[in-house]
Design a protein around this ligand. Structure first.
Ligand code: ARG
Length: 287
């Protein structure tokens, strides 16, 4: 009786152990070639076994973009004819990339802070969200050729008296998590930071004077100020001068080539100037 029970228990234990090992083993097997290819790709080569992202996109028939649609005129929600759409300069750029690849564009609107992690985990194919090229980000992702220049700006509520970075000392500053604006604000003496996932929420706090200023890209500050002229205004000083580029995984050299080709083609054809005019010169934000 005891032996029978003993063998039965042993059998169950062995069975469980085999199942556990089997799963782990499979997991490792599935991951191993991927890691190998990644390092090969990072070294400049193309993956042999792993499907290339460009091929994957073409097969799926869609390019998945990661963005944070709270940043007019780069990317934002616009209701046209009762339909909520994400539009903006970056979206037109993404559409041009999708067109070059012959696929549809799918947009994932997520917190800015989550875009690079989403690119790295392959939840999205690339990130376009007014990304400033920084050395820190370059450690984990690649940037395309720059497609726009523009610095960070202080936007404040009307009558705050804030004119420059100097005036921000000891003040409460609203920043979007994971942005260069947050980095700038962190270095301001005695400043208290209030962090937001989305810029809309930061702007609402600014209009209600719960923060004294927000640091964001100049064009965005301008869009919000134009939209709320009696509540918001820009401080005169621009805080940095930085180029914007598309975020791509390091191993996706082929996709990087496609994106750079699209940027170049847009410039050569004059379409780029048309888009700059449409979104940064003629653009009138509508509430
Ligand atoms: N240019 C800044 C950065 O790269 C802010 C970008 C925020 N973009 C957005 N879609 N909310 O950190």
């Amino acid at each position: 009786m005891i032996t029978k029970k003993f063998f039965l228990t042993l059998f169950i234990l062995v069975f469980i152990a085999a199942a556990v090992l089997g799963t782990t083993g499979c997991g490792q097997k599935a991951q191993a070639p991927q890691q190998q290819n990644n390092s090969q790709d990072a070294g400049g080569g193309r993956g042999v076994q792993q499907e290339d992202t460009v091929d994957k996109i073409k097969k799926a028939g869609k390019l998945v973009l990661g963005t944070s649609a709270d940043y007019p005129p780069f990317e934002f929600h616009q209701v046209t004819g009762g339909k909520d759409e994400i539009v903006g300069f970056d979206i037109d750029l993404a559409k041009a990339i999708a067109k070059e690849l012959g696929v549809e564009l799918e947009i994932k609107d997520i917190a800015f802070e989550s875009i690079i992690p989403a690119v790295l985990s392959k939840t999205v194919d690339l990130g376009i969200a007014g990304f400033t090229i920084t050395e820190e980000r370059k450690k984990s992702v690649n940037f395309s050729d720059p497609y726009l220049e523009g610095g960070q700006q202080i936007i404040t509520y009307k009558g705050s008296g804030i004119r420059s970075k100097e005036d921000l000392k000891g003040k409460t500053i609203g920043v979007q998590l994971g942005t260069t604006g947050e980095e700038i604000a962190k270095k301001i003496e005695g400043a208290k930071l209030k962090q937001f996932d989305k810029v809309d929420a930061a702007m609402l706090d600014l209009m209600n004077k719960r923060v004294e200023a927000v640091i964001i890209d100049f064009a965005v500050a301008q869009a919000y100020a134009t939209n709320n002229p009696d509540k918001l205004e820009l401080a005169a000083e621009t805080l940095d001068d930085a180029a914007k580029a598309v975020v791509i995984r390091k191993e996706d050299g082929k996709l990087l080539d496609v994106v750079n080709k699209v940027i170049k083609d847009l410039k050569v054809s004059g379409e780029y100037d048309r888009l700059v005019k449409k979104w940064f010169i003629d653009y009138k934000p509508a509430n």
